[in-house]
Ligand binder design. Structure first.
Ligand code: PMP
Length: 396
C-alpha cells in the first residue's frame, strides 16, 4: 500500500536553501529562508532566552504534560504583547488564547476553530501570500478567494484593488491579513488603511484572521501591532495567530499562540475549549520549552528589558540594511530601489524576473526565490557588494 506513494519534490524554499548550502563558491549569498541572521551570518540565540533557559533547566522539576491551553504565564504575556497590556477588551475578559506549536500551529488551530463555526467557510487571502497559508488552512476544508494586494509596478499595496475585491467578503467569510511585515512582499498597510478595513469589517461582517509572525521587526513591538489593535478596538470578534519564532528567535522550539477576541468573556472561554479539542485531535498538548522561556521573558522585568533591547537592535539593523541595500543597488543599476527602504520586516521583492533570479543563482551564487523575494536579514557587510554587483550585472 505505502509503496504506491511517489517521492514528492522538496518545498521550493527549503529546496533552494539546500542548493545554497551545497554551493561550494566561498562568495555565495543565501537570501532564501526567512530566518534572522546577524552580521556573521548566524541566527543567534537571544541573551534573554539563554538566561531564561539556564534558569529553567536548574529549576524544572517535571516533564509532565503541559496544561491543554499551554503555559499560563505565556498566555498572559502573549495576550498583552499582541493586544497591549491596557487594552479594554483584554481587561474586560474578551480575549483568550491557547499556546500552539509555532505560528503554523496557531494558524492551524485558528483554522480548525473557524471550520467548527462555519464548515467550508471562505477565506480571503492576499495575492501574494505566504504559500504555507494554503495547506495550513485548506487542510481543514476552508476554501479560498484572493484579494489584490501587491502591485509590482509601484512596489506597494494596490489598496484600491484590495478594497474592490474585499467588497465581496460577506458575514461568515474570513479575511486573512498579515499583521505587519508582509511575507513575501514587505509592503504593509498604513494605519489609515487599517481603519478602512475596520470600516468594511464592521459594515460587511467578515471575520479578520490576523497572522502576526514578525511583531517587533518592522517598526517596533507597539507600532507593529497598531493595525491589529485598531481592528480590535472596533470589532466584536477576531482571531490572531502569533509566533515567537522570529521576535524571540525560538524557531525550533515551536512557540506561538492562537488568540481569540470575542463578544464577551463566556464566548472567550468557549473558544479556548474549542481550540483545546482541536489541539487534542491533532497533537494533544503543546511543547513546553519555548513557551516557558517566552513566558518568563514576558513576565520578568529584567529579562524583558534585555529581550526588547536586543529585538530593537535587530529591527534597527534590518532597517539600516534596507537603506544601505537601496543605495548600493542604485549605484550599480539605473533603477529606483526606494521601495526597499519603505518596506518592512525581513522580506522584499527585488522586482527581477524569474530568469534573472535564476541567472543570479547560476552565474553568481546569489540565492533568492524565483519571485526575487529576498531575506533582507541575510544581507551583511561581507555580501552586500557581491549582491549589488550581481544584480547590476543581470539587469544590464
Ligand atoms: N506566518 C508567516 C507569514 C510566516 O512567515 C511564518 C514563518 N515563516 C509563520 C507564519 C509561521 O512561523 P512559525 O511556525 O515558524 O512560528
Amino acid at each position: 500500500m505505502l509503496d504506491q506513494l511517489p517521492l514528492l519534490p522538496a518545498d521550493p524554499i527549503l529546496g533552494l536553501a539546500a542548493a545554497a548550502r551545497a554551493d561550494s563558491n566561498p562568495d555565495k549569498v543565501d537570501l532564501t529562508v526567512g530566518i534572522y541572521m546577524d552580521e556573521a551570518g548566524v541566527c543567534p540565540v537571544f541573551e534573554a532566552v539563554q538566561l531564561a533557559q539556564r534558569a529553567l533547566i536548574d529549576e524544572e522539576t517535571t516533564k509532565a504534560y503541559m496544561p491543554a491551553a499551554g503555559d499560563p504565564a505565556f498566555n498572559t504575556g502573549i495576550q498583552k504583547l499582541v493586544f497591549g497590556a491596557d487594552n479594554p477588551a483584554l481587561l474586560a475578559g474578551r480575549v483568550s488564547s491557547i499556546q500552539a506549536p509555532g505560528g503554523c500551529g496557531a494558524l492551524r488551530i485558528g483554522a480548525e476553530v473557524i471550520a467548527a463555526a462555519a464548515p467550508g467557510a471562505r477565506v480571503w487571502v492576499s495575492d501574494p501570500t505566504w504559500p504555507v497559508h494554503i495547506p495550513l488552512l485548506g487542510s481543514v476544508g476552508l476554501r479560498f478567494e484572493t484579494y489584490r494586494y501587491y502591485e509590482p509596478a509601484s512596489h506597494g499595496v494596490d489598496f484600491d484593488g484590495m478594497l474592490e475585491d474585499l467588497k465581496q467578503a460577506k458575514a461568515g467569510d474570513v479575511v486573512l491579513l498579515h499583521g505587519c511585515c508582509h511575507n513575501p512582499c514587505g509592503a504593509d498597510l498604513s494605519i489609515e488603511q487599517w481603519g478602512v478595513i475596520a470600516d468594511m469589517a464592521e459594515a460587511q461582517g467578515f471575520l479578520p484572521f490576523i497572522d502576526i509572525a514578525y511583531q517587533g521587526l518592522g517598526d517596533g513591538l507597539e507600532q507593529d501591532a497598531a493595525g491589529l489593535r485598531l481592528l480590535a478596538s472596533r470589532l466584536p470578534e477576531m482571531i490572531v495567530a502569533a509566533s515567537c519564532s522570529k521576535n524571540m528567535g525560538l524557531y525550533r522550539e515551536r512557540t506561538g499562540a492562537t488568540l481569540f477576541l470575542c463578544r464577551d468573556s463566556a464566548s472567550a472561554e468557549a473558544l479556548v475549549s474549542q481550540a483545546q479539542v482541536a489541539a487534542r485531535r491533532v497533537y494533544s498538548m503543546p511543547p513546553a520549552h519555548g513557551a516557558i522561556i517566552a513566558g518568563r521573558i514576558l513576565s520578568d522585568a529584567a529579562l524583558r528589558a534585555n529581550w526588547q533591547a536586543e529585538l530593537e537592535a535587530m529591527c534597527q539593523r534590518i532597517n539600516g540594511l534596507r537603506s544601505e541595500l537601496r543605495s548600493k543597488l542604485e549605484s550599480e543599476t539605473d533603477r529606483d530601489f526606494g521601495f526597499i527602504e519603505r518596506e518592512k520586516g525581513m522580506f522584499s521583492f527585488l522586482g527581477l524576473s524569474k530568469e534573472q533570479a535564476q541567472k543570479l543563482r547560476a552565474e553568481h551564487s546569489v540565492y533568492m526565490l524565483d519571485s526575487s523575494r529576498i531575506n533582507v536579514a541575510g544581507v551583511n557587510a561581507r555580501n552586500i557588494d557581491t549582491l549589488a554587483r550581481a544584480v547590476g550585472q543581470v539587469l544590464q
